[in-house]
Every structure is written in C-alpha cells, then in structure tokens.
Ligand binder design. Structure first.
Ligand SMILES: *Cc1c(COP(=O)(O)O)cnc(C)c1O
Length: 231
C-alpha cells in the first residue's frame, strides 16, 4: 500500500473526533507531501531542524497543515521552533512554559497565543522527558500546580496533555498508564481554570493507538502505520 492508501485507511478506522498527528521523523518532504495530499491535517516533528527542512521544501503546502513539536524542546531552540510549529506538545515544566511565553511575541505572527500541551512521563522512565510521577510525593497535586501556574502566561495557552507511555511490546500493558493520564486530563478540565482550554489528549502510537483511543485519547501520533518502517 502507498502512504496515501495507508493514511486513508487509518483515517477511516478511527472515530471521527480523533485527530491523527503524523509523526514524520526521518521522512522525506516527498513522503510528507504525499500524506498531505491524501488529507493529513497535522504533522509531528521531533527535531526543529527537520521541521525547518520540511517547511522550506514544502513551501506553501506547509501552511495547509498544523505542525506539532513532539520531541524534547531545548531552551536554545525555542526561537527557531516558534518559526515552524503551531503547537508544542512537549512542555515539561512551568519554567519551560515561561521560557516559551517570553519568546512568542517576537515570533513569526507576533504576539499571538501559542497552544501548548504538558508532557507527562507517566511510566517514569529515565530515558524520557516529561513530568514524572516518581519525582513527586503527590504527582497529581504537582501537575495541578503546574497547570495553575500556567494560567498567568499571556502567550501560551494550555490545551492538552501528551504522553508516550512506557516502552512495552504489549499495548495492553499501556492501558493503566493511559487511563491515569486520562483521569488527570478530566481533573484539570473540572478545575475550570481561566486561560486553560484542555481539549486534546495526545496519546497512542502505531502499536498502541487503539488502546489509547479506548482510554480516551482524542489525538494519536502515528508514524510507522502510515509511512512504513523507519530505516
Ligand atoms: C516516532 C514517534 C511517534 C510515532 O511512532 P510510530 O511507532 O512510528 O507510530 C509518536 N510520538 C512520538 C513522540 C514519536 O517520537
């Protein structure tokens, strides 16, 4: 099957309210273009440089879709990231949110409001970034404190939670982790805070998106299932 066929197939197999973010790391601009032509609306990139390269190669077509930063964002890359990304899914601290907030007014569209998500490292793995349960006596309270802290920023708006889930060969093993993030998502919505618009729950990849959707994900990040195995 072609990229276009695999995208169409995936799109038809998930509920209509689920946004598919195509994880495009290592893929060529031609591969990304084929997906956009097949109807892809959201592209995820892990590295600022790869996103810049895809943008310049795609020209006007890059503007047809939303670009999501789904890899770890270093402080010294924020300015460049703001030139190419519409959403940053990988904010791991109040400090990073503040660093982004400060830089948004100087970015491409001026003083707009940038949607960001908090990344939760729900499995607490050392190799992953994100807010990790093991680092806090009361992880849920910490997360809520970060959320409350973010309400004071003018140029970033919290719109979601993102998680990877621990590395496991069996997607069923991810279910309790996804469920815990979903519960946090609901709790944050229930707080009804000003300047928070919690609407995206980004979890699930090629091998786990079905379980993630069952546990409430309304955004999945998929690469392999559409683009094929990475080389
Ligand atoms: C690569 C990647 C994905 C997608 O992985 P696949 O297994 O290829 O679907 C999702 N999220 C993040 C953060 C990634 O880096």
């Amino acid at each position: 099957m072609s990229i276009a066929e695999r995208y169409t197939h995936l799109k038809q197999s998930v509920p209509p309210q689920v946004t598919i973010v195509l994880a495009a790391k290592t893929r060529s601009p031609e591969e990304i273009e084929e997906a956009i032509d097949a109807g892809a609306t959201d592209i995820g990139e892990n590295y600022v440089q790869e996103a810049e390269a895809a943008h310049s190669a795609l020209g006007d077509k890059a503007g047809q879709v939303n670009w999501h930063m789904i890899g770890h964002l270093q402080k010294n890359k924020i300015n460049k990231a703001l030139q190419v990304f519409d959403v940053i899914q990988t904010v791991e601290s109040l400090k990073k949110a503040g660093d982004i907030d400060k830089r948004v007014p100087a970015a491409k569209d001026g003083a707009h409001v940038l949607p960001v998500y908090l990344e939760v490292n729900i499995g607490g793995e050392e190799t992953k970034t994100g807010i990790s349960p093991g680092d806090y006596d009361d992880f849920e309270q910490h997360l809520i404190n970060v959320v409350r802290g973010m309400t004071r920023f003018e140029h970033v708006r919290l719109e979601g939670l993102m998680t990877m889930g621990p590395l496991t060969s069996d997607p069923e093993g991810l279910r309790p982790y996804f469920r815990r993030v979903r519960e946090m998502f609901d709790r944050i919505i229930d707080l009804g805070l000003p300047h928070v618009n919690m609407k995206h729950l980004s979890m699930g990849m090629t091998h786990s998106y079905q379980v993630a959707i069952e546990e409430g994900a309304n955004m999945i990040r998929v690469g392999t299932a559409v683009f094929g195995e990475r080389k």
